[in-house]
Write a protein that binds this ligand. Structure first.
Ligand code: HPA
Length: 234
């Protein structure tokens, strides 16, 4: 047990999928894993461990934003020995050619700041995905016949943004989408020598202002879970 995760050490797999929403963790575990058992309920941040095609997998909610994700990723890596962490979540599209429902595989994650700012100080560290996972996820996305993109994303600290000029600069520099967690996941993976990737479904569009209808969210989320699982065990 750690401060925020109630699982015993053997109850967490080396491969962990991390949706922001704990109820998505429950849904994904019930939908895609065999013999899924709940291993964490602390603060309602549900975590489940089961098997997928014979491989042990944990699906643990991260909460929203980098400070929350940082707590769970730190404990999963440092205390439970997680070796592969894949964020599965939603993002807002920042380019016209990226469409609602498309999947973005985050090659890099730019930010204004992350919880690692305190140790990097004047350094602008470039948080990036694990290439093996990225390549395998691209192969998995391609085989599904869905729209998919690989490129940079923006991990923002705010959903209700009072500085639209920051989004404008990200858009101008070809950033594909905005979310709130990946940059710190990539920082931690680099620090502890583990593999990380963020697989993101486009749920809303910052340029066209479209949004994914709620009835479509589950199907799109399912594609993302499959891409993450296939990449983890490729
Ligand atoms: N901003 C930040 N995070 C998000 C967004 C957004 O527009 N959409 C989904 N996650």
């Amino acid at each position: 047990m750690t401060i925020h995760i109630g699982a015993t050490p053997g109850e967490i797999a080396e491969t962990v999928l991390m949706p922001g929403d704990p109820l998505r963790a429950e849904w994904a575990a019930q939908t895609f894993l065999q013999n899924a058992t709940c291993v964490n309920r602390v603060r309602g941040m549900l975590g489940y461990t089961g098997t997928w095609r014979g491989h042990l997998v944990t699906i643990q909610g991260s909460g929203m934003g980098m400070p929350s994700l940082s707590i769970y990723a730190n404990e999963l890596i440092r205390d439970y020995g997680a070796k592969t962490l894949i964020r599965i979540g939603s993002c807002g599209a920042m380019q016209k050619h990226v469409e609602i429902r498309d999947v973005i595989l985050a090659q890099t994650a730019s930010s204004v700041s992350t919880p690692s700012r305190g140790i990097f100080r004047e350094l602008n560290f470039a948080p990036c995905a694990n290439f093996q996972l990225l390549r395998a996820a691209a192969d998995a996305a391609e085989s599904k016949g869905i729209g998919w993109h690989v490129g940079g994303i923006y991990s923002s600290d705010v959903f209700y943004d009072e500085r639209p000029d920051l989004n404008e600069q990200m858009i101008r520099h070809g950033i594909l989408g905005v979310e709130m967690e990946a940059a710190e996941l990539y920082n931690l993976a680099a620090r502890f020598g583990v593999r990380a990737l963020a697989v993101l479904t486009v749920s809303d569009h910052l340029i066209t202002e479209e949004a994914l209808p709620s009835e479509d969210r589950e199907r799109s989320f399912g594609d993302m879970v499959e891409i993450a699982l296939e990449a983890a065990f490729a």
